[in-house]
Design a protein around this ligand. Structure first.
Ligand code: PAF
Length: 281
């Protein structure tokens, strides 16, 4: 494992790798690594000759400065977790290395998909994600990049970004990794107090209930029941919607496949999760 902090180190390394025709995998992260990240990184290591993991808490994607400041940072622990993996480059740039003033960026229009769900509730969030991922893709120039499906909408937007800027990278969406009780793994879980941690599982319970009731009752009544499960556990729902997996627009009727997407505050901590729900009819 090697750690780079400057763009130049990464660019020189990447040129060597391309000359040697090595296949590069890339896993962008904001650190506070958990088993969900590790599963992406291990998959990337199996499928590529070399893997780059970036660790950068991207200020541009936080629409609230309190959330940015509370975001867990634990670089030493992260490096410990990865040290057993070979052929790994960790890129931990400072803000000025990530966003040098002389690197141009033409923002893309995210279209309707960027205005729904997270886009509607966290203005500027996806614009910030696109900015940093554009710069990272440009620097690393990987063959394959790995993203978790927990951030379902982000994954859809990364696919758009890849097409828009013609990076030609294979974008690989990986299954959400869950705790034993079903809570989706997230760096934000570290901020939950013990009682909040117990209540947070209501999100998974609500999603599972939706999945088990596709087509059995009206969408409206299933949404209402799902909201009650979460609210009775004391969480505050930001949104809970059943949407088309491609357009992310709300479904008025059940269809063959839909995805239920939730964002809810558990105390001060905003958690998101989703579940693909297939019709059994
Ligand atoms: O999913 C995340 O952790 C971040 O949004 C990402 C993709 C690393 C960009 O900062």
């Amino acid at each position: 494992m090697q750690t780079f902090v400057t763009r130049l180190e990464l660019i020189l390394w990447r040129k060597q790798q391309h000359e040697a025709q090595n296949q590069i995998g890339f896993v962008p992260t904001m650190g506070a690594l958990h088993k969900g990240h590790l599963s992406l990184i291990e998959k990337a290591c199996q499928e590529n000759d070399q893997v780059v993991v970036s660790i950068f808490v991207n200020p541009k994607q936080f629409n609230q400065s309190a959330d940015l400041h509370a975001y867990p940072r634990m670089l030493n622990a992260d490096l410990q977790l990865l040290k057993h993996l070979n052929n790994l480059i960790i890129f931990t740039p400072s803000e000025s290395e990530m966003y040098p003033t002389n690197v141009p960026f033409n923002p893309m229009s995210l279209g309707k998909i960027g205005r729904l769900l997270e886009g509607a509730h966290r203005p500027g969030h996806f614009e910030g994600v696109v900015h940093v991922v554009h710069h990272l893709f440009d620097l690393v120039q990987p063959h394959q990049a790995y993203f978790g499906q927990k951030d379902f909408q982000q994954l859809a937007i990364i696919r758009l970004l890849n097409e828009h800027y013609r990076f030609g990278i294979q974008i690989i969406g990986c299954e959400t990794i869950r705790e034993i009780d079903g809570l989706a793994m997230s760096s934000r879980n570290l901020r939950l107090a013990p009682a909040e941690r117990q209540n947070a599982v209501s999100i998974f319970k609500a999603l599972s209930m939706v999945r088990n009731n596709v087509g059995k009752q009206s969408i409206g009544s299933v949404i209402e029941a799902a909201r009650s499960i979460i609210e009775e556990a004391g969480l505050q729902i930001d949104y809970l919607e059943i949407v088309d997996p491609v357009t992310l627009e709300s479904c008025a009727e059940w269809q063959e496949i839909q995805v239920c997407c939730v964002a809810a505050f558990c105390g001060e901590v905003r958690l998101i999760d989703n579940m693909l729900c297939e019709s059994v009819l």
